[in-house]
Design a protein around this ligand. Structure first.
Ligand code: BGC
Length: 473
């Protein structure tokens, strides 16, 4: 049952990626259909992340207030599925730019709701020992959504069928909407709202024939210990939790400012600018980028618990900085063979992103916040994700036309360099540390940046006193 829940719950991640990816193939067609200028393109592309920003704000507000008792995770996800469905159909039938932008905004709202609720629902329903893998399936679903959208773009681009591209988003949306009615509600949420018998029934359904007594008692004990009430989210802004919020926010800020969604949303346009003449060639190159993104994400999921989040992130930011810097230089000097060199640089960039800059912020977000502020902390981190996503996607067409693609890439390369410095100085290592140990460490007021790291002037005991900790530099 755990994996069925993971697959249906991850449809939200798939839709997140699918709706992001579908714009890459449809943008050029829409531009010609509605005679759009650069500002229109910026508004059109950023309507989705802007809607997602609002959606994650709304859901953050709901989760941090007494409304969280009224709406279960399951109904919120089914509602998001319904919004995805309506948004997809109205985008497909749009008669003018206003309808199209509004529909993409509605799709964005759905993504914002789902991008907080789905990982929360998955983490709350997963058995403890595979919780990490199940949350990771969600990130994999995002990349699969992107690549499937690219594939649909490839099939439909020659027919100029942008309406069908948008309509195709309705299929996974319907699957999410219908699927949620067959899944159990989060036992943790049911217990919290006082429906203890329903919580036990939901947990039993999730665990099949296994005994649930120990897990159920654990849920009861943890919930009894937690600070509750609508104000508990305010603790995030005070020590010792403010550095945790800062890390969640900074990781997403750096992830988005690394320029990833410029590639995800505008890859065919970029390839066109770099010398790929045919629309099919541009989409094929884009499809290649999407496939690398999926494959490397699978490698990342296998490596993140052995190599560690921090080391992977150092590798990721270095690779992203070098590949973007090289791309900026090669396009500045218009070197011969630029289209092919640009594919190599972009593949290197996507490799560096997918190995760490992509998955690590999502993994860290689900690990670093103590339970009583997890919903609010995840909501605020997701808001940062979407806020900066909107900014980057909106500003790219304008930056490209004002400064040229080479200086725009150079800008993202500089941000990746800052990401490298930030990771070196501030990123803790949470691999192999239990969530409870992380929580105890943070509440004791010790510096977040030293968590799980061996420092020259600190003994092991100064850093952490837990036998499950593998110290790492
Ligand atoms: C990011 C998305 C991005 C995707 C690409 C995710 O981690 O949050 O904004 O489009 O990775 O794979």
């Amino acid at each position: 049952m755990a994996w069925i829940v993971a697959i249906i719950g991850s449809l939200a991640g798939f839709l997140f990626g699918y709706d992001e990816g579908i714009i890459a193939g449809s943008l050029g067609l829409i531009r010609d259909h509605f005679f759009l200028n650069e500002a229109h393109v910026g508004v059109m592309a950023s309507a989705l992340p802007f809607g997602a920003l609002l959606g994650s704000m709304i859901i953050g507000g709901i989760l941090a207030s007494h409304f969280s008792k009224r709406f279960g995770r399951r109904s919120l996800l089914a509602f998001a599925g319904g919004l995805f469905f309506l948004g997809a159909l109205s985008a497909a039938m749009a008669v003018n730019l206003i309808v199209l932008v509004s529909s993409r905004f509605v799709l964005g709202l759905a993504i914002g709701l789902a991008s907080v609720t789905a990982p929360l629902y998955l983490a709350e329903t997963a058995p403890g020992k595979i919780r990490g893998a199940i949350v990771a399936v969600y990130q994999l679903a995002i990349t699969l959504g992107i690549v499937c959208a690219y594939f649909v773009n490839y099939l439909l681009i020659e027919q100029h069928a942008w309406r069908t591209m948008f309509a195709s988003c309705a299929i996974p949306a319907l699957m999410l909407f219908v699927g949620m009615f067959f899944l159990p509600e989060s036992p943790r949420w049911l217990y919290r709202v006082g429906r203890k018998d329903d919580a036990a029934r939901a947990l039993q359904k999730l665990r099949g024939g296994e005994s649930i007594t120990e897990e159920f008692d654990h849920i009861a004990m943890t919930l009894a210990r937690e600070p509750s009430g609508p104000q508990s989210w305010r603790l995030l802004f005070k020590k010792p939790l403010s550095p945790v919020l800062m890390l969640g926010v900074m990781l997403f800020c750096l992830q988005q400012l690394s320029g990833i969604n410029v590639i995800i949303y505008f890859a065919p346009e970029i390839f066109k600018g770099l010398g790929f003449a045919s629309a099919t060639g541009q989409i094929l190159a884009t499809l290649g980028i999407g496939v690398v993104n999926v494959l490397v994400t699978i490698v990342a999921l296998m490596a993140v618990d052995s190599i560690g989040r921090r080391k992977l992130l150092l590798v990721g930011f270095s690779g992203a900085c070098l590949s973007l810097g090289a791309l900026a230089l090669f396009s500045l000097y218009q070197v011969p063979g630029l289209p092919y060199i640009s594919v190599v640089c972009l593949v290197m960039y996507i490799f560096s992103f997918a190995i760490s800059i992509g998955p690590v912020p999502h993994i860290a977000m689900s690990e670093i916040f103590p339970l009583h502020v997890r919903g609010a902390g995840m909501g605020l981190s997701a808001m940062t994700n979407w806020g900066f996503n909107t900014l980057v996607v909106f500003s790219f067409p304008l930056m490209q036309s004002s400064f040229g693609i080479e200086y725009t890439f150079a800008f993202y390369a500089v941000i990746c360099f800052f990401g490298l410095l930030y990771t070196y100085f501030w990123m803790p290592e949470t691999k192999n540390i239990s969530l409870e140990t992380i929580e105890d460490y943070l509440i004791s007021g010790r510096p977040l940046a030293y968590l799980g790291r061996k420092l020259p002037h600190h003994s092991t005991a100064d850093t952490l006193e837990d036998s499950d900790v593998v110290l790492d530099l």
